[in-house]
Design a protein around this ligand. Structure first.
Ligand code: ADP
Ligand code: ASP
Ligand code: MG
Length: 406
């Protein structure tokens, strides 16, 4: 008997009918002889509403009350699924993060799982009882509920699969697999049968929200067999695998976009040793992550322009930090721009091929899209462009790299 983990996202548990459809899948797995642990998200839209309420309610000094409110969406869905399963004569029970418990660190709102207690879960599974676990939550060292960050149920599912040594972790969602690009904006996107952990990591970190990046990291580290498939339709999904398991390696496997970017430019910064440290040090102290960076060559050897990106949510804080350091940094102007998008081309195949970047730049030129910042790694190239060009840039690149479905 194999133990499997099945995770269902918000649209897959959006109402009681969808929860009954989840129960159908659980029943089918049990009929096939599997022992099943299920991880659920909150009903679609519920977490957003809870967050709005917390924001409207006012101060929440340490983030504990945010977590206590925002984690409740999952409490409803796990309880309801356990009811439906019991109504069908199956043994089932729900678990909240603190009950197992799932331990986390103390970073409320974006906590990391530090351990999963599995004894009770295993006993239940051995007893033929479906274990229905609330995603996205755990208990911090301070004894308070902690949430894992948006989309965090994926992390719960993989952490659980690793902890109970599950044979596989199936992530059921509203698309039938991982595509070459977000099918919502690229109608010609093609479903991949397989993708490597490494490519999926890049895709997740560069904007494809199909899987939470930390769930992919965990799956890679603990060798969890991860599969993404539809809860709305039957059929095979996409398997996330090691590079060795890929028979044929495509040059480019995906195009992503991330609108969660903002650009900061400092003009006429004195060009002397230590100036980058003086700028990025205070940002680091303020816990602001800087991503792409470009520094122009200074024409007169005296002053240079420096541009970098942060997340949209960090823009105001970054501007505040740099504004405060204006006298020490000695720049002429500070400009923030939230209307940008990061477009990335990803593929492990590009390690051994020249010309992938050149094609990207050419496509942007042909479409009249100005590239503001560029960054590259072994298996990806990213460019920052004006947000209005998102669809045009992604679709044009998708065609140019021959990813369009026939
Ligand atoms: P869930 O609520 O089930 O966790 P999400 O909304 O988090 O679902 O993730 C599924 C969505 O991810 C899809 O509806 C799709 O629009 C989006 N998506 C982004 N990039 C991709 C991609 N490369 N392949 C498939 N889906 C993608
Ligand atoms: N309900 C949480 C969210 O909307 C977690 C999840 O769905 O994965 O972010
Ligand atoms: Mg998700």
């Amino acid at each position: 008997m194999a133990v499997i983990v099945q995770k269902f996202g918000g649209t897959s548990v959006a109402d009681l009918d969808r929860i009954r459809a989840v129960a159908d899948r659980v029943e089918a797995a049990i009929a096939a002889g599997d022992k099943v642990a299920v991880v659920l998200s909150a009903m679609a839209g519920v977490t957003n509403r809870l967050i709005d309420w917390v924001n409207e309610a006012g101060a929440d000094g340490d983030g504990c009350e945010y977590d206590s409110v925002v984690s409740t969406g999952e409490q409803v869905t796990v309880g309801l699924l356990a009811c439906v399963l019991q109504g069908r004569g199956l043994k089932a029970r729900s678990w909240l993060g603190w009950q197992l418990p799932i331990h986390t660190d103390g970073l409320h709102g974006r906590a990391r799982i530090t351990g999963v207690e599995t004894a009770a879960l295993r006993r239940g599974l051995d007893d033929g009882e479906v274990q229905v676990v609330a995603g996205f939550q755990g208990i911090a060292e301070d004894g308070r509920i902690a949430t894992l960050g948006r989309g965090g149920s994926d992390i719960t599912a993989v952490a659980l699969a690793a902890a109970i040594d599950a044979e596989r972790c199936d992530i059921f969602t509203d698309v039938d697999g991982i595509y070459t690009s977000d099918p919502r904006i690229v109608s010609k996107a093609r479903k991949l049968d397989k993708i490597t952990y490494e490519e999926m990591l890049e895709m997740a970190s560069l904007g494809a929200r199909i899987l939470h990046i930390r769930s992919v990291e965990l799956a890679m580290k603990h060798d969890v067999r991860l599969q993404v498939l539809s809860s709305f339709a039957d059929g095979p999904g996409t398997l996330v695998v090691n590079e060795d398991d890929m028979l044929e390696q495509e040059l480019v496997s995906g195009i992503t976009y991330s609108r969660d970017e903002a650009k900061v430019t400092l003009t006429r910064v004195p060009d002397r040793p230590g100036v980058a440290a003086a700028i990025f040090g205070p940002l680091c102290d303020a816990d602001i992550n800087v991503d792409m960076i470009v520094q122009n060559v200074s024409e007169d050897g005296k002053a240079t322009d420096l541009t970098f990106t942060v997340t949209k949510g960090d823009l105001a804080a970054a501007m505040g930090v740099l504004e405060a350091a204006r006298d020490t940094l000695g720049y002429a102007a500070l400009v923030g721009d939230p209307n940008v998008v990061k477009i990335s081309v990803i593929g492990v195949g590009m390690r051994n091929h020249a010309g992938v970047a050149q094609k990207m730049f050419q496509v942007m030129a042909e479409k009249g899209i100005n590239i503001q910042v560029i960054s590259t790694s072994e298996i990806k190239i990213s460019v920052l462009v004006a947000e209005d060009y998102t669809e045009l840039a992604v679709r044009s690149l998708h065609s140019a790299y021959n990813l369009d479905v026939e």
